[in-house]
Design a protein around this ligand. Sequence first.
Ligand SMILES: [Cu+2]
Length: 359
Amino acid sequence: MLKNKMGYVIAGLIAAVLMLSACGESIDDAKVSEDLEDSIEQVNAAEEQETEVIAPHQDLNQEPVPVEMERDGSDVYITMTSQITDIEIAPGEFYKAWTFNGEAPGPLIEVMEGDTIHFTMENLDPAIPHSMDFHAVHTAPDKGFADVAPNEEGTFVYPATKPGVFMYHCGTDPILSHIANGMHGVIIVHPEDGYPTDNEVDREYVLIQNEWYKYNDLDDMTNGEPSQVVFSSKTLNGGDQPNTNGTATALQDEPLLAKVGDKVRFYINNVGPNEVSSFHVVGTIFDDVYIDGNPANHMEGMQTVLLPASGGVVVEFTVTEEGQYPFVTHQFNHATKGGVGVLKVTEDGLDDGAEVSGH
Ligand SMILES: [Cu+2]
């Protein structure tokens, strides 16, 4: 697009000069230099349109700040940042993301059903306001999810009364830009009484699906198709699961692991922002499914679960043979854009070093 625009401008300019010369008329130097200036301005404008990194973000790549979390009885004090950090969205391809704590998706938040969340956001972005919309809570959005100005902080308090695997995201206008630029993540509210299948589960992972679009291009985010559809994994409290960003191939390069005979649980959320996920694990059937991660929504024997944008689920399945089990969004146009990961199943549950083959 940019090349075309530049091409037109330059070709037009050359044509104008040639026409003037050919007619034998004296070239008005002032006029030509004015045209040239106009052309350069147009090219610069086109370049700005192409990158659309807002000026104060241009040289900013803020070091990820770890999330802070402290518990006092059922009061949980969580401090997060909004910040500008480069995120690898595909091998070697970096995106100057708008993030929570320098991760995209943001860090996994875990609380218990019945907790009160005291949430503080420090907005480290020098340029624009951000906010937090937790799908896990009840609050008046204009107060509980209010904007926090650049270089300011805001504190909000709300109860987490329903268990589930919930999305969180920035809710500042234009919301689509804030989410698609990276401000999304997952909060798990663990059920007070657990899941009925808790004692059957051998290992568990958190997976998130999200999309990437042309850089900070609201028109492409609104009307275009995602350039990448990706899975990431986030570390559950104290575990040794991988903690990745939404990088295409991340969970093929670093496969998840299980042992033959394991019952595996995935907590999954599709943070979108636009597309649904048709989540499927090749080579198995989900024994137990809890829609949105609520134990009351128990289903059995499912092949594929549909996750609306922002929707969550807990799925549990048993791996009966050694091998590589790809998990995909079964919308294969999205799977080919990165929406594939691999669960490697070995005799001892350790990585056997075998190369991961795509699906
Ligand atoms: Cu934001």
